[in-house]
Design a protein around this ligand. Structure first.
Ligand code: PLP
Length: 482
């Protein structure tokens, strides 16, 4: 085997003290087949404790996080995560509870999940819930599998299509396709909303359902939701809401009142939990009465003050995750919801909308604005004008790093050229929003004067401009910059 390279390793250096082995080796040798016994020591890096501590702390400084500054990634809701969440999630009784613990001795954890489910039902205005899905995308798959089960259960075998607007998050068509459906793209209007005529043309007895993000991925509320819902239910389809971004709706509008049959909620967006870089998440689904029989098992039930698990649900689509999903994320969301209360959650959404509109107002004269109207929790700018002047949205995003800000989401949604999807969230101060807007405007001016300079940015980050075409072919993930 080729020897691994550990740049910081020096033979004989140690950062650990392993107690002497007190398991008789003779027994081990009898029980482990000869061919599995190691012949030479493992090739581990040899480093002292302070070297390893410095290495990882240094790496952490190379990173950008929400605890450092504004992180305006649209469609991601990178809000500040209250530290009390970490405290509750690390409480001994939660963090060290074994998932096989019997119900009698896990009443606290079951109560937490039950009450979280009840809160989500209230927030969404729907009748059933499953906390199992471990991500928004898995929530989508769970929901669409329930749509499938619903139609099949009624003997309705013709429904092979899921309708999805062309502005949708890529996970929507991916989930529906994995669930076995054919995807039909629905056009958007010039104002970014669903083209109802195109939707109507595609409605029929072969439609299993419609997946809609509301507010949609350009940050606008679907004004025609009542008409859309009538069309879909009218042709026998079901309504799916991508509720990954519920941050604009809390206490204001409920998916249940808009007659959705299923919605997934990204707890790791709206209800905090650090999730940059793909950390653990949770994408619970809430469903209308029609879909109750198909929810994943087990369901947590409350009888005479005792919580238990109900595995009996003959029409259930089964399990979508081992045990109960990502429990630690559920504890954080529960803490967040209980800490804010109903009124506090309403304030969260109200302030998320105010912050987004204020930032939009600060920027809309400097950039192209594809949809010039009040936004919800996020808004879209286009870097078209800047691209013509010689530097693209990608260059602008890189240059933002020099000013100490994480870039917004870029080139998504696909229906806008040179898109920047900006979501400041409610946790930013007026000063932070103004500082970010000032940096954006400064960069726009730099592009007017010297686009080449912006094209070669960033200059102040540990890793400078990477050649992404080369990186795709010859990936080098060493920890130091060359
Ligand atoms: C984030 C997001 C998703 C996917 O959620 P994951 O937890 O990353 O799987 C789906 N739809 C929308 C609109 C999103 O913003």
């Amino acid at each position: 085997m080729e020897k691994l390279i550990f740049e910081k390793s020096k033979p004989g250096r140690k950062g650990h003290f392993i107690p002497k082995n007190d398991v008789p080796l003779t027994n081990l040798k009898e029980e482990i087949p000869e061919k599995f016994l190691r012949k030479s020591p493992l090739d581990f890096p040899e480093v002292s404790e302070n070297e390893i501590a410095r290495h990882f702390v240094r790496l952490s400084h190379y990173n950008y996080s929400i605890d450092q500054g504004l992180y305006p990634l649209g469609s991601c809701t990178m809000k500040y995560n209250p530290k009390v969440n970490e405290k509750t999630a690390s409480l001994d009784g939660f963090a060290n509870l074994h998932p096989c613990m019997d119900e009698k001795n896990a009443q606290g954890a079951l109560r937490l999940m039950y009450e979280l489910g009840e809160a989500l039902k209230e927030i969404t205005g729907l009748q059933g819930v499953s906390l199992q899905p471990a991500a928004g995308s898995q929530g989508e798959l769970t929901g669409i599998l329930m749509f499938r089960a619903y139609h099949l259960d009624r003997g309705d075998l013709k429904r092979k299509k899921i309708l999805i607007p062309d502005s949708a998050h890529g996970t929507n068509p991916a989930s529906a396709s994995i669930a076995g459906f054919e995807i039909v793209n629905i056009k958007s209007n010039p104002d970014g909303r669903v083209n109802v005529e195109d939707l109507e043309k595609n409605c029929g007895d072969d439609v299993a359902g419609f997946m809609l993000t509301n507010p949609n991925t350009v940050g606008l509320f679907e004004k025609n939701i009542v008409q859309i819902e009538k069309l879909i239910h009218g042709c026998g389809g079901l309504m799916y809401m991508d509720g990954a971004n519920l941050n604009a709706l809390l206490g204001i509008v409920r998916p249940g009142d808009m007659n959705f049959d299923c919605v997934h909620i990204n707890l790791h967006k709206t209800f905090s939990t650090p999730h940059g870089g793909g950390g653990p998440g949770a994408g619970p689904v809430c469903v209308s009465e029609k879909l109750l029989p198909y929810l994943p098992v087990p369901q947590i039930v409350l009888n005479n003050g005792t919580y238990s698990l109900n595995e009996e649900n003959p029409k259930s689509i089964g399990k979508v995750h081992s045990f109960f999903g990502n429990f630690g994320v559920l504890v954080r969301a529960y803490t967040y919801i209980r800490m804010h209360g109903g009124k506090g959650l309403y304030e969260v959404s109200k302030n998320a909308i105010i912050n987004a509109n204020y930032l939009f107002h600060l920027l809309k004269n400097e950039f192209d604005v594809p949809f010039n109207e009040y936004c919800m929790h996020e808004f879209i700018l286009s870097g078209d004008k800047q691209k013509e002047a010689g530097a693209s949205t990608k260059d602008l995003a890189k240059r933002l790093l020099d000013y100490g800000f994480h870039a917004p989401t870029v080139y998504f949604p696909l229906i806008v050229h040179e898109a920047m999807l900006i979501e400041p969230t409610e946790t930013e101060t007026k000063e932070n929003l103004e500082a970010f807007a000032a940096a954006m405007i400064k960069i726009a001016n730099e592009i007017k004067e010297n686009p080449e300079f912006v094209k070669n940015s960033p200059y102040n980050t540990p890793v400078k401009r990477v050649d992404d075409a080369l990186a795709a072919r010859q990936l080098d993930i060493s920890w130091y910059s060359k």
